[in-house]
Design a binder for this molecule. Structure first.
Ligand SMILES: CC(C)(COP(=O)(O)OP(=O)(O)OC[C@H]1O[C@@H](n2cnc3c(N)ncnc32)[C@H](O)[C@@H]1OP(=O)(O)O)[C@@H](O)C(=O)NCCC(=O)NCCS
Length: 329
């Protein structure tokens, strides 16, 4: 039996930097090839922020588009949640920067750190805060400028990531439409398979630590791949169970856009035909917390999501963290 939703999506928006870095461009930077990147990841190009284009710039654009789409004024927003690991600075929260820039004067604002799962973690937080905290208009954003922490000499990782932001405005649900279920999970014992060791209190940004590139991304790709497929499948099953639904009921599956082979493996586990699995990793690369909200906005714009669509969203990221949600549009 379907759950009665607490909240629904009132509007969506996305923003990516204008600058595009193609696989051919990467061939000039590291020992790689267009063919290798496409075959192993499905990525053809990614958007990369220009110097002087911090995360808040992208988040503000995505948020303003979502507010316009929802017909909600900035002053009506009472909560801003931003999933990111690449905020403008260590503190304050970039959500506070965004609050000021969009004029959401009546909001509380904070960031959450769950890497690629940030947006769906945020969705569960938003749901509880609407249910138990009385918030009525929540701006939930996933955004990253991962290019700021990529080691451009490390071909294992630098080909994978891109920058962007995606936003949704959430309000109380008055009918069948809305978030039917959310599920979040973590396992910190795998934290050293995908991480950035430097620039925190463990390894402060001393010249030595920065010289050793401790502030950049480290990853055991094969291990991450294996866990991603298993955990995303688990999360989607959990969210479907909570909503009292089967995978067949979904009209669209939006998996985290990290690697086409991961996306296809997850789709296969749920016997989802290719036209029911959303893919845009070829154009954006892995935008971490931004990946799912960018896909939601694009899918609405192109008619892949319309009124009546039942959409499964599922993600996996550093921590490890993983999460899923079922949304009735
Ligand atoms: C990173 C990833 C694409 C690598 O693909 P893979 O098939 O596992 O490749 P391997 O790591 O086994 O490397 C195979 C070879 O390609 C090489 N290689 C790695 N990156 C390369 C690149 N950009 N260009 C060319 N060759 C590359 C490796 O050095 C290795 O060479 P070797 O066999 O001589 O040692 C894949 O493991 C992956 O996508 N993992 C998940 C990453 C991810 O999604 N992270 C974020 C999760 S939120």
């Amino acid at each position: 039996m379907k759950q009665k939703p607490t909240m629904e999506i009132l509007g969506t928006g996305r923003a990516v930097p204008d600058r595009i870095l193609t696989n051919k461009d990467l061939e000039q930077i590291v020992d790689t090839s267009d063919e290798w990147i496409i075959t192993r990841t499905g990525i053809r190009e990614r958007h990369i922020a220009n110097p002087g284009e911090p995360l808040s710039t992208l988040v503000v654009k995505a948020a303003e588009r979502a507010l316009t789409d929802a017909g909600v004024a900035p002053e009506e927003i009472d909560l801003i949640i931003l999933g990111t690991v690449t905020g403008d600075s260590k503190f304050p929260a970039t959500a506070c920067v965004v609050q000021e820039l969009i004029g959401a004067v009546n909001a509380a604002a904070f960031d959450i750190s769950a890497a690629c799962s940030g947006f769906l973690y945020g969705m569960q937080i938003a749901e509880s805060m609407m249910l138990h905290g009385g918030y009525r208009r929540i701006l939930l954003v996933g955004g990253e400028v991962l290019s700021s922490m990529v080691n451009w000499q490390d071909r294992d990782t630098c080909v994978l990531f891109g920058d962007g932001a995606g936003a949704v405005v959430l309000g109380p649900s008055h009918g069948e439409k809305g978030i039917l279920s959310t599920y979040i999970k973590s396992d910190g014992s795998f934290r050293n398979l995908l991480y950035s060791p430097g620039c925190g209190s463990l390894n402060p940004p001393t010249p030595e630590n920065v010289g050793q590139m401790l502030h950049t991304i480290r990853m055991e790709g094969r291990e991450v791949f294996r866990h991603a497929v298993t955990s995303m499948s688990d999360a989607l099953n959990q969210a479907l169970d909570k909503a009292g639904l089967q995978a067949d009921d979904l009209s669209l599956l939006i998996p985290h856009q990290a690697n086409l082979r991961i996306i296809e493996a997850v789709g296969k586990r749920f016997h989802a035909p290719a036209d029911k699995v959303y893919v845009n990793v070829d154009r954006y690369g892995n935008t971490s917390a931004a990946s799912i909200p960018i896909a939601i906005d694009e899918a609405r714009e192109t008619g892949r999501i319309s009124s009546g669509s039942l959409v499964g969203m599922v993600t996996f990221g550093a921590g490890f963290t993983w999460a899923a949600a079922i949304v009735q549009f």
